[in-house]
Structures are given as structure tokens and as C-alpha cells.
Design a protein around this ligand. Structure first.
Ligand code: UDP
Length: 237
């Protein structure tokens, strides 16, 4: 089956890389993710990835323990660069070419974010991993996903989570909870559904950039999402 999208922006949280570990990068989880992404790359989809850093450091946690929030946020952004490097390395081992572009300059290690160059890499079939979020404190990597997704002209933001979509209630607490197949941005606001954080959500809505929320741990889910099948929850204008 062919891909439903030509270019996508995949948002992976840092937590997705740690699996059941308490901290850091779990290599077998990373190879699982790489295998899933390889499947969609084979369909010819151009793939941009924004990676989080929550498995290593979160600015809010640093601030809660007394650090200056902006300093802590910069540390969080640095954490995403480590994740991006681990992911790019794993793509390389799987025979895929990935480039890391960072919103904070660390020129000895990864490329700086340059929009035109990122688009060129995508056109050449390389995976581009966007690191260091937006490069600004007080933002999140969800917002970076909305931003980079808009900038590269992605047709959709794919938000990989632990749950296979957005539910009417927390499925762990309420067994009668059902998954939304689709929901509009307006409905999501009216029902107070948490899709992305507020800034990211507003940007996608402005740009009419749809979001698909799906489980990264469900086998084959990413492939089905990219093939446009009923998987996860689609949020659209
Ligand atoms: N961060 C930031 N600006 C950004 C993106 C991220 O300051 O544009 C910092 C922030 O401290 C955040 C950390 O980087 O807690 C890790 O990102 P995030 O929490 O979004 O990662 P995830 O939850 O996806 O693992």
C-alpha cells in the first residue's frame, strides 16, 4: 500500500527512547523505533523527526529543584542533542542516512539548523533529526515539532505517544473510555483534550497542520498511520 503523505514530521518524546528503564537511552527500544521508521522510509516518505529530552533532563524539573529556569531549559535542549545523535547513529547502523540539525550550535558534533539545507536533505531521501527544540528556553519539543513541521511543509505532525490515540477519558482509569478516530481542533479545545502543549497546538491550528496521535509501542502502527489507515487519532481543522 502506498503512503498517504509525501513529507511528515515525527515527534518522538525522550521518554520513548528509554522504554521501561528509569533514565537514558535503551538501545533495543531505539532499534525498534528505527525499524519502524525504516519501514516508512521504504515507502518513499520524506521524514523529519523532532526528538525530546525528557529521558535525560527536563527544564521544569531543574527549575523545581531551584535552578534558574532558562539555564535548566538550555540543559534540556542539550539533552535532546544527545538523543538525536543516538538516533542518527542507530539509523546509520540500519543502513539509513540521517542528519542531525541543531537549533543550538555545536558545530563539532552536528549541523546547525538551516531550513533550506534540511529541505534539501529530505528531498535527497535523508532523514533529518531536528535537535535542541526551538533553541529557546520556555518552549517544548512539541512546539519545535509544530514549528519545524510548518517550516519544512510537512503534511502532518505524527505525535508518537505511549497510548494509541486520544480517548474520551483516561483508559487506565475508565474502562468505558473510547478512542476518537478523528477530532477537530475546535472540539479538542471544547473537550479539553490534551493533544500537544498549548503553544504547539495553537501553531498547528493556525497553520492548518493536522496532527496524528498514535502509539510508538504498537507494532506496525507508524506504518498504518502513514498509509492513512484508521490508527490513532487524527486532529484536523
Ligand atoms: N526545551 C526548551 N526549548 C525547546 C524545547 C525543549 O527549553 O524549544 C527544553 C525544556 O527544558 C524541556 C527539555 O528541553 O523540558 C526537553 O524537551 P521536552 O520536555 O519537550 O522533551 P519530551 O517531553 O518530548 O521528552
Amino acid at each position: 500500500m502506498a503512503a498517504a503523505y509525501k513529507r511528515i514530521l515525527l515527534k518522538l518524546s525522550g521518554e520513548a527512547l528509554m522504554g521501561d528503564d528509569a533514565y537514558g537511552i535503551n538501545q533495543s527500544v531505539v532499534s525498534g523505533i528505527v525499524k519502524d521508521v525504516a519501514e516508512i522510509a521504504r515507502l518513499g516518505v520524506e521524514i523529519g523527526i523532532v526528538i525530546g529530552g525528557g529521558n535525560i533532563f527536563r527544564g521544569m524539573a531543574g527549575a523545581a529543584s531551584g535552578m534558574d529556569r532558562a539555564t535548566a531549559d538550555y540543559m534540556g535542549m542539550l539533552a535532546t542533542i544527545m538523543n538525536a545523535m543516538a538516533l542518527a547513529d542507530a539509523f546509520g547502523h540500519a543502513g539509513l542516512t540521517a542528519r542531525v540539525q541543531s537549533a543550538l550550535r555545536v558545530d563539532q558534533v552536528v549541523e546547525p539548523y538551516i531550513r533550506g539545507r534540511a529541505i534539501r536533505h529530505l528531498e535527497e531521501g535523508k532523514i533529518v533529526i531536528f535537535a535542541a527544540g526551538t533553541g529557546n528556553p520556555f518552549f517544548t519539543t512539541d512546539t519545535a515539532a509544530a514549528l519545524r513541521g510548518s517550516e519544512i511543509g510537512a503534511q502532518i505532525v505524527l505525535k508518537a505517544t505511549k497510548v494509541d490515540g486520544i480517548y474520551t477519558a483516561d483508559p487506565k482509569k475508565d474502562p468505558s473510555a473510547t478512542r476518537y478516530t478523528t477530532v477537530t481542533f475546535d472540539e479538542a479545545i471544547a473537550r479539553n483534550l490534551q493533544v500537544l502543549d498549548a503553544t504547539a497546538f495553537a501553531l498547528c491550528r493556525d497553520q492548518k497542520l493536522p496532527i496524528k496521535v498514535f502509539s510508538i509501542f504498537k507494532p506496525g502502527a507508524l506504518l498504518r498511520v502513514v498509509q492513512g489507515e484508521d490508527e490513532g487519532t487524527l486532529v484536523y481543522v
